[in-house]
Every structure is written in structure tokens, then in C-alpha cells.
Design a protein around this ligand. Structure first.
Ligand code: TYM
Length: 329
């Protein structure tokens, strides 16, 4: 049986990128594996949420994940800050993480560019905390989207470095995972990059029908193909990529053929896409509303999850401390 771990930062609501990049794979795996799912609230502190917002986001994310079908009977679901062994392992791993390699990560370089006035040490060591999240459970597989590929590479590097330094075969090398395929990058609606929480280009599982329709109808396209079989521009490719997540294959083919024949009407295509997204998200949204109103259930899940997770994390930390040489008198 393999150990599978996945997580999400508690910033904002869950969008289609999170669902199709990570959750969907995790849901398939929770049936057979030893699965852990957690909410990364320490990671969210790099952006300074207020105390109320911090708690509210953790609660929202927990409710939304449960609404997608994450089953507390099958997977261990917990909040990162309920497990003190994680920050302790983070401290230990930090001793073998080098400033140069952390500074070179793409996400850190992006942050320097996008928020030059807040380049804090938490951002620099973000991949070390992620490695601690993963290694504390000695996870083999980590279902994530394409944007987390480099962080996973760092986690493997820290695992190998630890094993090498202490001449042990202790941590497995965690692999990013998507069912037999490349990692997914779900595009946003603005015609450029990936769907993201901060980018404001996303469709959220909790969005109501009207909001979804409005967002999709406003999505960027172009002025249309002028020659038959012309290559699609990026914004149009992105809409097709979104259709590939929620629409039937013959529907997608229909619009591809229309494009190739220069007969595409983007309005029709967007209407179809909005219909299919709504069909997909509506039952999840209904569950979100139901679960969000059930504080007792949320509390029970978080408490039981932390307890279950800590059985494992305590054991790992005990062994790591022994390997490093912390001994009792
Ligand atoms: P976060 O919260 O940004 O995203 C959670 C998961 O959703 C995936 N994802 C996407 N996949 C495809 N297309 C997109 N547009 C898209 N946007 C987001 C992410 O790849 C991720 O799998 N640092 C992490 C949280 C974390 C974590 C971990 C994850 C902390 N520790 C340990 C795995 C293992 C984060 O901020 O993800």
C-alpha cells in the first residue's frame, strides 16, 4: 500500500484548477491507498491574513474539500497547524537547505517580481515547509498540478540529502502524481496563464450559476479564424482546454470542426462551456452550502484527522531525531 499526500493552501476558495490539478486524482486514490489530505494554513501566513480571515479560510477550504467527496473515513484529513511535528521537521530540514537553491526556485523569483516589498523568509523557505509536509508522512505519491512540480523536485532533493548525510535509507523520494499522464495546468479565463487564486481569473466550485455564466461569457477570445485549419490562438486553446475538463468529446469536436471551417461562433461555444461547468459544479456547490453550515461535523473531522495524522508524524519525528543524534540522558 502506498502513502499518498496532497494539500492546499488556505487562501480563498477552491477553483477548477485545484479540482482538476489535484483533488480529482486524490479522490481516485483514497479508495486504495494510505491517504493524507491537509490544509496548509502555515503556508498562507506569507500573505498576512487577519486572524478572522485565517480561521474562516481554513474552515471554507475544509468544507469545500469534503464537498468534493474527500471521505474522512477513508483519508486522514487535517489542518497543518494542528500537527506540531511538521514545523519541527521544517526546522531540521532548513539546516540542510541552501540559500542559493531556494533563491533560484521559480516561485520565489516570481514573488520577488510581483511583491518586492514583502520578500519574507517564509517565502524563501516555502519549499522546505512543503518538503516537511510530505516527508513527515514518508509519502510516495503527491497528486499536484504542474505548478508544484519544482517544489516536489526540491522535496526529493531534501529527502535524498538527508538520507545521504546520515547514511540511511529513510525518506522515500516523493513523486508528483497524475493518473498515468503529465501534470495538469488548468488555464484561466483571461487568455494567458494558469487559473489561480490571486490571478482573479478563476471559476470557483462555490460560484453560483449566474456568476459562472458571467465569467465565462466575459472570457477572452480573439476576432476569429480567417483561414481554414488555422492554428488556434492561446485564449481559444484555453477555452478548449476547459471544455476538455467538463464537456463531452463530441461537443468539443463540434467546436473544433467549426473553428477549422472558420464558422465558429465564440458566443455559442462559451454558452456551451458555461452550461457544462454549471452542470459539473452545481451538485458540489449544493454540498458546500450544506457542509459549511455544519460546524459540529467540521470540528469532528478536523479533530479526528489531527489525531490520526499525529500517530504517524510523531513516529517519524522520533525516528528522525534518533537518526540525527538527539538522545536522552
Ligand atoms: P495551492 O493551494 O496553490 O493549490 C492546491 C493544488 O491545486 C493545484 N493547482 C492547479 N493545478 C492545475 N492547474 C491550475 N491552474 C492549478 N492551480 C492550483 C496545485 O498544483 C496544488 O496541487 N504549496 C501548495 C500547498 C501545499 C502542498 C504541500 C501541496 C503545501 N504543502 C505538500 C502538496 C504537498 C499550494 O500552494 O497549492
Amino acid at each position: 500500500m502506498e502513502t499518498v499526500l496532497s494539500g492546499i493552501r488556505s487562501t480563498g476558495n477552491l477553483h477548477l484548477g485545484n479540482y482538476f490539478g489535484a483533488v480529482q486524482n486524490f479522490l481516485k486514490m483514497q479508495e486504495q491507498n494510505n491517504c493524507y489530505f491537509f490544509i496548509a494554513d502555515y503556508h498562507s501566513l506569507t500573505t498576512y491574513p487577519t486572524p478572522d480571515d485565517l480561521h474562516r479560510s481554513v474552515r471554507t477550504v475544509l468544507a469545500e474539500y469534503l464537498a468534493t467527496g474527500l471521505d474522512p473515513e477513508k483519508a486522514t484529513i487535517y489542518v497543518q497547524s494542528d500537527v506540531p511535528e511538521i514545523p519541527e521537521l521544517y526546522l531540521l530540514l532548513n539546516m540542510n537547505a541552501y540559500i542559493g537553491e531556494l533563491e533560484r526556485t521559480t516561485s520565489f523569483k516570481d514573488k520577488i517580481r510581483t511583491q518586492p516589498n514583502n520578500v519574507n523568509a517564509g517565502l524563501l523557505t516555502y519549499p522546505v515547509l512543503m518538503a516537511a509536509d510530505i516527508l513527515i508522512h514518508k509519502a510516495d505519491k503527491v497528486p499536484v498540478g504542474k505548478d508544484q512540480e519544482q517544489n516536489l523536485e526540491m522535496a526529493r532533493k531534501f529527502a535524498k540529502r538527508f538520507n545521504h548525510m546520515y547514511k540511511v535509507d529513510y525518506f522515500p523520494e516523493p513523486q508528483p502524481y497524475n493518473f498515468g499522464k503529465d501534470l495538469v495546468k488548468v488555464p484561466g479565463l483571461d487568455g494567458t496563464g494558469k487559473m489561480g487564486k490571486t490571478a482573479g481569473n478563476g471559476i470557483y466550485l462555490a460560484d453560483d450559476e449566474k456568476t459562472i455564466r458571467k465569467k465565462v461569457m466575459r472570457a477572452k477570445t480573439d476576432s476569429g479564424p480567417t483561414e481554414k485549419n488555422q492554428e488556434m490562438t492561446l485564449p481559444v486553446k484555453n477555452l478548449i482546454a476547459l471544455m476538455e475538463l467538463v464537456s463531452a468529446p463530441d461537443t468539443i469536436q463540434f467546436f473544433k470542426d467549426k473553428y477549422a471551417a472558420c464558422e465558429i461562433r465564440y458566443g455559442d461555444m462559451k454558452k456551451q462551456l458555461a452550461d457544462d461547468i454549471v452542470k459539473f459544479t452545481a451538485p458540489i456547490r449544493e454540498k458546500i452550502l450544506e457542509i459549511e453550515g455544519n460546524s459540529k461535523f467540521l470540528q469532528e473531522v478536523a479533530e479526528a484527522g489531527a489525531e490520526k495524522a499525529r500517530k504517524n508524524t510523531k513516529q517519524t519525528l522520533k525516528e528522525v531525531r534518533e537518526i540525527i543524534g538527539f538522545r536522552k540522558f
